[in-house]
Design a protein around this ligand. Structure first.
Ligand SMILES: Nc1ncnc2c1ncn2[C@@H]1O[C@H](COP(=O)(O)OP(=O)(O)OP(=O)(O)O)[C@@H](O)[C@H]1O
Ligand SMILES: [Mg+2]
Length: 500
């Protein structure tokens, strides 16, 4: 007899995970159901009764399949890991489920079905499912120091350096969220060039794949800093909950401060959108653009009221920005998806820019910051976010006209552009847009030529993926700064918006 029921929509998700996530349509469905249970248990609020309905066109599963439950008489009453799951749910719900099998099954079904729903809304089938799981299930858990001892790694490093003809001594080491930074003393300065030329070989020797080893000179003579990535299981995830902590002191002020995550040494990385000329975020599919956008949006929403800030949101994929549909900060009619609506919204923003320019002229000031400081005008700032710019540009090149006008003149009027794209080629990102959008965030790209298009330099092809980025903002630094992005899950967004 069946113990838990799924719906047709649930079955569709299970099939998608098996087919695209595990590339094995024939793998047993219970594996996905068990992962869904784990996913749901990571959410701190209880699943609701909307998952109780037994829908006719779904499927049925027994506890024997799901939790390995054996009949009591089978093996001396041991219920396999059904006992462990029952204990987990009893603790989670603070109820004794061992004495109430019916209730146990109800709650198990709720968790599994909620987990499936969460996977559906937060996993995109073009993204690596295993990486997704690692982030979703293990985000924020501290697994302690790496398996290999530091001394063992240091011996391997010195050895690897010798193999490329560099003799060096490790002076110091700092552990960042994802990389270890080694300070190497090179007694022979000729070895500095040798080191620069040999970085690819060194990465190969250290068993790194496309992820690179980066070096920087330091202010200390003959000392170079070398960044070596750790293996993924030894990364520290930067949780969304950090953002409100960082944002605490900025709440309610006039700045548009955003926190993307932490730099390689673990210091929060922040900048102010008001000082930042318009921004492009680019990187290959699954590199972390949308999550980076969420970090920016949540930073702004944590610190700004809807009187001070409005968000104009364009999302052709229709899923990424759906959570923001009902926030009071929304500019215009809602999050726009269709190319005609995007065009209309951008044209409306151009008119708003012209209107504001007129108001600024009349007030005798050159920009909105001055107008606010001198109490001459009080207008909200508008942050315009365009997701998947390349998709939109492919549908209509005409989009470029209002975008270029905004890029050229909108900043002084308090309108700020953030464009995100997978393909930063000349079609999407024409010369005129390029020159007027000088702030760039590059997430991982496939080829060094793409890195050059985004940053005017190589490097983004050697990033680690999953929100590892190079940030080049003229107002912050002339060099690209490496940042590990904060991980923002769908729950984090919901939680933040609920607390607005
Ligand atoms: N800062 C981060 N920390 C940890 N993992 C991350 C981070 N950013 C992204 N990821 C991982 O990468 C996956 C893809 O992220 P995201 O959806 O932001 O990519 P994307 O670049 O927008 O992809 P697409 O171009 O397909 O829209 C996430 O589901 C997550 O597993
Ligand atoms: Mg995306």
């Amino acid at each position: 007899m069946a113990d838990i029921f799924t719906s047709k929509a649930d079955e569709l998700i299970i099939d998608q995970v098996l087919q695209y996530g595990f590339s094995s349509a024939k793998a047993p469905k219970y594996t996905v159901l068990r992962l869904a249970l784990a996913k749901s248990l990571r959410i701190s609020t209880e699943p609701n009764d909307s998952f109780d309905k037994n829908e006719e066109d779904g499927a049925e599963y027994t506890l024997a399949v799901l939790t390995g439950k054996t009949r009591d008489e089978d093996i001396n009453g041991i219920r396999d890991f059904d006992d462990a799951i029952c204990a987990l749910l009893s603790t989670y719900h603070n109820e004794d489920l061992f004495s109430n099998l019916k209730r146990y099954k109800t709650l198990l079904q709720r968790h599994i079905r909620r987990g499936l729903y969460e996977i559906k809304t937060s996993w995109n089938r073009s993204h690596d499912f295993i990486v997704y799981l690692q982030e979703e299930l293990f985000a924020g858990l501290d697994f302690g120091p790496s398996q290999q001892s530091s001394t063992a790694i240091e011996i391997i490093l010195i050895d690897a350096l010798k193999e490329i003809g560099v003799s060096a001594e490790i002076k110091n080491k700092i552990q960042g969220p994802r990389i270890d930074r080694y300070f190497l003393h090179l007694p022979n300065i000729q070895h500095f060039d040798q080191l620069k030329r040999g970085l690819e070989k060194l990465a190969f020797r250290l068993g790194l794949q496309q992820e690179g080893v980066f070096i920087h000179s330091t202010s200390e003579p003959k000392v170079v800093a070398m960044d070596i990535p750790r293996s993924r299981q030894n990364w520290k995830t930067i949780n969304a909950s950090q953002i409100p902590k960082w944002a605490e002191q900025e709440k309610g002020n006039e700045r548009l401060t955003v926190w993307l995550g932490e730099d390689v040494l673990g210091k929060p990385f922040t900048f102010d959108l008001i000082d930042t000329p318009h921004l492009l975020i680019a990187g290959t599919t699954g590199s972390g653009k949308s999550i980076c956008l969420h970090a920016i949006l949540l930073s702004l929403l944590w610190t700004q009221s809807s009187e001070n800030l409005q968000l104009a949101l364009c999302d052709p994929k229709q899923v990424e920005l759906a959570h923001y549909e009902h926030i009071p900060h929304l500019y215009g009619k809602g999050v726009v998806h269709l190319i005609t609506d995007v065009m209309e919204l951008l044209e409306q923003l151009v008119d708003e820019m012209e209107r504001r320019n007129q108001l600024l002229r009349e007030a005798g000031v050159s920009n909105l910051t001055e107008a606010i400081q001198q109490r001459k005008l009080q207008l909200p700032r508008i942050v315009v976010v365009v997701e998947e710019l390349a998709d939109l540009m492919m549908q209509s090149r005409e989009l470029e006209t209002p975008l270029v006008r905004l890029a050229q003149k909108a900043r002084s009027t308090g309108i700020h552009l953030i464009l995100a794209t997978q393909r930063p080629d000349s079609v999407t990102f024409s010369g005129l847009l390029r020159t007027n959008i000088p702030s760039r965030i590059a997430l991982r790209v496939q080829k060094n030529t793409e890195s050059r298009i985004i940053l005017d330099e190589m490097g983004a092809e050697q990033l680690l993926g999953s929100g590892d980025m190079l940030v080049k903002i003229p107002q912050v630094s002339t060099n690209a700064i490496r940042v590990h992005g904060a991980y923002i899950s769908q729950d984090d967004i919901k939680l933040c918006l609920r607390n607005l």
